[in-house]
Design a protein around this ligand. Sequence first.
Ligand SMILES: NC(=O)c1ccc[n+]([C@@H]2O[C@H](COP(=O)([O-])OP(=O)(O)OC[C@H]3O[C@@H](n4cnc5c(N)ncnc54)[C@H](O)[C@@H]3O)[C@@H](O)[C@H]2O)c1
Length: 316
Amino acid sequence: MTTRNALVTGGAGFIGSHVADALIAEGWSVTVLDNLSSGKREQVPAKARFVEADIRSPEAAACIREGAFDLVCHLAAQIDVRKSVTDPKFDVDVNIGGSVNLMSAVHASGRKTRFIFASTGGAVYGDFVEPPNLETYAKDPESPYGIAKFAAELYLAYYARVHGLDYVSLRFANVYGPRQDPHGEAGVVAIFCGRLLKGTPLTVFGDGGQTRDYVYVGDVARAHVLAAGLAPIPPGKVDDRAFNLGTQQETSVVDLARILMAAAKKSVPLEHAAPRPGEQRRSVVSIEKARNGLGWSPQVSLEDGLRRTYDYFAAR
Ligand SMILES: NC(=O)c1ccc[n+]([C@@H]2O[C@H](COP(=O)([O-])OP(=O)(O)OC[C@H]3O[C@@H](n4cnc5c(N)ncnc54)[C@H](O)[C@@H]3O)[C@@H](O)[C@H]2O)c1
């Protein structure tokens, strides 16, 4: 069998490095492109080729045009929702401009490359919808980050309809697991692990009843392998090629803290701080479409995933 070539942007980061690992385990030849702005060189798998470049740059476009890639998994992004609020122009630059730079390079390469985009199942839907969020729900993002992620999906739909780009959009819920950076979109698990290890109280904003859908990073990586093998989807509406990835289970912050402490066999007090303005009360995605369309469902329970994550931080 001929070797299949994949490019993973953001492959020095948390989720991207797991995606690169999963593809290598399936026999893909992997190139990682990352500017190391938040990623770490040592997280790039030893078997991957590494290109240090910015997704907005001509070098990144040339890497795609000349790389003969069968697959591009695009995970590099400005991931901080709060930074998108304070500096929306930078967020647009990276998350829309950088993404379009890659799409247009795939188009220019003339190859049939499968493009998998890391979107979000929380920020794109906003607060007007009744959870669990379906892919077809109205998109009313509450942040520049959510707007940019959805704008990139609209560009992908455009490239698919007009230029035949073959893409899949994966809308992740709150991803957690080893290598997570405590400053990320869903850094609460990493932050709580750090505090538990130090024996300091876990801070909960407001009453701690706000819910999220926590999905283990290994499950998200496996979804990329499945999406890479999906039969081409005919051009259509933006949601046709989108799949939520989560667990369809809502977990409150207080319950998360309790389950983590049980998994770690260690206990510290919870301390309540003032609620954060604008914080979503409930967020959980429907995963029926990923079950039926990708043959994917999460395999790692929250208890098991939290134990693995805690053990990872404890070993460092
Ligand atoms: N963590 C979550 O729960 C979550 C939820 C929904 C969506 N996502 C999306 O998943 C993807 C990966 O997120 P993550 O949590 O692994 O974050 P991360 O910060 O660990 O990974 C992002 C990687 O992209 C790189 N990068 C950033 N800007 C770049 C640029 N301009 N050029 C090249 N490389 C650049 C960083 O160095 C880093 O290695 C992102 O697209 C993010 O928006 C994450």
